[in-house]
Design a protein around this ligand. Structure first.
Ligand SMILES: C[S@@+](CC[C@H](N)C(=O)[O-])C[C@H]1O[C@@H](n2cnc3c(N)ncnc32)[C@H](O)[C@@H]1O
Length: 277
């Protein structure tokens, strides 16, 4: 048992957190994250008035501690993101998917995009701006973007849609002028038109999903890096099932779908997959 800061923290405590993260969220915490886990969980121990790791972990694994369990998962997630991150995906969306989708929408069809680990919203808002730049009248059609994340706090930040100027580096200035309103010299908010395209929800990708229906494109980027192989492969399979034939799956720059055949996916570019017809 070692004592770091205020609370005694043993390797057994770390293993318990490791197991909770795996079972609840599919997140694998390597031993190298031991100190990070200590500081993040300590915040929750203080916030809940518990006096040790042990009592806190007993609480979150009890029936009464289910809401706090979600807070624990929130502090264990990594939420780094930015507007138009891995811009090649947004270029592909605009050049390859949206023109075809626009034709289908104009003929009474529907368009559905999903940002499956949306963090603080930069990804789905970038998708929405891309849609509106290709299809300025998108709101007249059956076009929707779903934005989900396991962390309810980042989902709320995304839904609010307020960002500091420093966060907007990837946003072309003329898009910022067109798709955001100014709050102050250094703060901006996503405008009403863009907002109407996107719905934010809390969702754990590794639990059953409370919706049916398929998507024309799914962005699932920089999240499976936190999962083990089994969890990752199962998720690719489930996501592929939710793609319409010809739909696209976009994954993070260091991620890859290995089992293409069972998912009926083909590679169209590094980190971009297309569901076979
Ligand atoms: C590094 S961010 C990536 C954000 C964005 N997709 C991007 O590429 O910029 C990873 C996100 O995955 C979310 N996440 C982790 N495990 C999850 C799970 N089981 N279900 C849904 N989201 C999860 C985290 O809360 C975090 O916001």
């Amino acid at each position: 048992m070692e004592s770091q800061g205020n609370f005694a923290y043993s390797i057994a405590d770390f293993h318990r957190v490791q197991e909770i993260a795996r079972a609840e969220a599919g997140i694998y915490l390597p031993l190298s994250k031991r100190n990070l886990v200590f500081s993040r969980v300590s915040r929750r121990i203080r916030a809940t008035g518990q006096d040790s790791f042990r009592s806190y972990l007993d609480y979150v694994t009890s029936k009464a501690g289910q809401a706090e369990l979600q807070e624990l998962i929130c502090v264990l997630t990594t939420n780094v993101t930015q507007f138009f991150r891995e811009k090649v995906h947004f270029d592909h969306l605009q050049q390859e998917l949206l023109p075809t989708l626009a034709t289908r929408l104009r003929h009474g069809g529907r368009g559905r995009l999903w940002s499956a680990a949306c963090s603080t919203g930069q990804e789905p808002w970038s998708m929405a701006m891309s849609v509106l730049s290709t299809l300025p009248d998108a709101l007249h059609f059956d076009m929707k973007i779903l934005a989900t994340d396991i962390n309810h706090a980042v989902v709320e930040t995304g839904r609010r849609g307020e960002y500091w100027l420093d966060d907007l580096q990837g946003v072309p200035v003329h898009w910022r002028d067109r798709y955001m309103d100014t709050i102050s010299a250094d703060k901006f908010i996503i405008d009403e038109e863009v907002r109407r395209l996107v719905t934010f929800r809390s969702l754990n990708l590794n639990k059953p999903w409370p919706f049916h229906g398929q998507f024309d494109a799914i962005f699932c980027r920089n999240v499976v890096i936190y999962f083990d192989d089994e969890t990752r492969n199962a998720l690719w399979q489930r996501l592929a099932e939710r793609l319409v034939p010809g739909g696209f799956l976009y994954v993070g720059h260091s991620e890859r779908v290995d089992a293409l055949q069972p998912c009926r996916l083909e590679v169209v570019a590094p980190t971009i997959y297309r569901k076979k017809d």
